[in-house]
Design a protein around this ligand. Structure first.
Ligand code: 2YC
Length: 277
């Protein structure tokens, strides 16, 4: 899991309105709309419930400790979506206890291993990696105006790629897997074989050869330059939850509106919506 740096996230809060419009132009839905699409929830009904849904974002000092602006940025994203969200006055155990004592509906917190949302009433857990894979797959479905029966190349067979693949299969896409560690791709194919369409999964062993054969790509790796500029075709659509972004600045220019990437926004939106019953 890539640990975010303050420099990765310190402009998110000030650009949320702009980013929301960018997402709307690329997918036809807003951040909230994509999150609802990914969670199979009705957006109008969600809006009604969100305002009274109280979320405490609790800083965690364990391990490598606090990332400056992380909790503040998560909170601003939640507030932008309409949630009653705040950064806890206290970190760690004290912050968790305070959330319960203040009768918060949920907590969001992250150590060096996991970034999770916890619903304090239902006990449900929203895991950032799982939700991020799901929400970026939903976004690809929207960008493609329906991904059913389309071939999709999933780059990266970690937790995000796995969640994305499950969602893409459930949407009727024809999933192919690619990972620098071939065994990771093979193990994921094995795990996905129990899902509808999972037994038709193809493993692509050479990424550059593969890229020329796919119009839809999910970039879910923690590497840079996963998709070299020369392999970006003029009809390719890419959603890229991977941090850092696996596409160069020039590659981003080439793709323009055909690329969707962010480092926190969509994942946080998906986590929060998945916590609301
Ligand atoms: O500020 C804090 O409370 C820190 N304990 C937060 C540490 C987050 C570590 N995880 C990451 O940087 C990201 C997650 C946002 C998702 C994957 N890696």
């Amino acid at each position: 899991m890539t640990r975010l740096k303050t420099s990765d996230i310190n402009d998110i809060s000030s650009r949320l309105e702009i980013y929301n419009q960018e997402v709307l132009s690329k997918t036809g839905r807003t951040l909230l709309g994509i999150a609802c699409h990914a969670c199979g929830k009705d957006e109008i009904q969600m809006r009604r419930q969100i305002e009274s849904f109280c979320i405490h974002v609790v800083p965690v000092t364990a391990g490598q400790g606090i990332i400056t602006d992380f909790c503040e940025t998560v909170t601003t994203i939640l507030q932008f979506l309409g949630f009653n969200a705040r950064v806890s006055d206290l970190p760690d155990t004290s912050g968790v206890a305070l959330a319960f004592e203040n009768k918060a509906d949920a907590i969001m917190m992250a150590d060096d291993r996991r970034f999770v949302g916890l619903n304090l009433n239902t006990r449900s857990v929203a895991d950032n990696s799982e939700v991020t894979g799901r929400v970026f797959a939903a976004a690809l479905d929207l960008m493609a105006k329906g991904i059913e029966n389309c071939k999709v190349l999933v780059l990266g067979c970690g937790p995000v790629g796995e969640a994305a693949s499950k969602t893409l299969l459930s949407l009727g896409a024809r999933v192919s897997l690619c990972d620098t560690h071939l065994l990771s791709a093979r193990f994921l194919k094995e795990r996905l074989s129990v899902y509808p369409g999972g037994n038709k999964i193809i493993i692509e062993e050479d990424i550059n050869t593969a890229l020329s054969n796919y119009g839809y790509v999910m970039e879910a790796t923690p590497s840079v330059n996963t998709i070299p500029d020369e392999f970006i075709s003029d009809h390719m659509l890419v959603t890229a939850p991977g941090v850092p972004l696996g596409i160069s600045k020039n590659g981003c220019q080439i793709l323009g509106n055909r690329l969707l990437h962010d480092k926190l926004e969509l994942g946080v939106a998906g986590m929060a919506i998945s916590l609301v019953l």
